[in-house]
Design a binder for this molecule. Structure first.
Ligand SMILES: C[S@@+](CC[C@H](N)C(=O)[O-])C[C@H]1O[C@@H](n2cnc3c(N)ncnc32)[C@H](O)[C@@H]1O
Length: 210
């Protein structure tokens, strides 16, 4: 269960006025979304604390704007706030309307874009400019190579030169094909395995080739 959260801002602990969901509200919201669009959710439950810690491990609180794709109920978002990322530096992308509206309530200082991630572009979404890092909770295994290509092109066009995107998969191999990685000039590296998640997951880092 969530109680009133105490988040870090920079090096300091600071209470941030948010409207946290209870454990039960979060599960109910997730199940409603799963029943209405199973392929878009692609998971049986929100990610657990160990996966949230692993996928956000490299996010530096002062690294500038952080883009999060496929936020769902906000598990990774809350972890970033706990790590000291400023809520106003978050750009949250979620296509489900109920989840987006709940993200706006939970994180009123963040920019919440209710849009399909593959339709993002710097031109129509200026919030993307100056992204320093990205976290991806999208069900990448359920998306085509063409969608991966569109998505990665938009994200890395907006990202700082040294920025990287972290994503997870339940599969045994990288869900993005080597031809898409080559076309986009990116490298993928498996960084962590998280056995204590339902189901167990691997975290990957994507970055530009030197
Ligand atoms: C597996 S859930 C992950 C949610 C959360 N990050 C977590 O780990 O618990 C995938 C989320 O991505 C969203 N999603 C799926 N396809 C999307 C797309 N093309 N654009 C934006 N959001 C999408 C779904 O609505 C869902 O909330």
């Amino acid at each position: 269960m969530h109680s009133t959260p105490s988040y870090k801002t920079g090096a300091q602990h600071k209470s941030v006025p948010t409207s946290p969901m209870t454990w039960l509200q979060e599960r109910k919201q997730f199940v409603r979304a799963l029943l209405s669009n199973p392929a878009a959710i692609g998971a049986v439950a929100p990610s657990g604390a160990a996966l949230a810690a692993a996928i956000t491990a490299s996010i530096q609180p002062k690294a500038g704007k952080v883009l999060e794709l496929g936020c769902g109920t906000g598990v990774f978002t809350r972890e970033m706030l706990r790590k000291g990322v400023a809520p106003s530096s978050l750009v949250l992308v979620e296509q489900d309307s109920e989840m987006s509206s709940s993200l706006r309530t939970q994180f009123p200082e963040a920019a919440v874009l209710q849009v399909s991630a593959q339709d993002l572009s710097r031109h129509s979404h200026p919030e993307l400019n100056g992204i320093g890092a990205a976290i991806c909770g999208l069900p990448l295994r359920n998306m085509s190579g063409a969608l991966h290509h569109k998505l990665l092109t938009a994200v890395f066009e907006a990202m700082h030169p040294g920025g990287s995107m972290h994503f997870f998969t339940y599969g045994v191999r990288c869900p993005i094909s080597s031809s898409v990685l080559d076309d986009c000039g990116l490298l993928a590296r498996r960084e962590r395995f998280v056995p204590l998640n339902l189901p167990p997951a691997s975290v990957y880092r994507l970055h530009r080739r030197a």
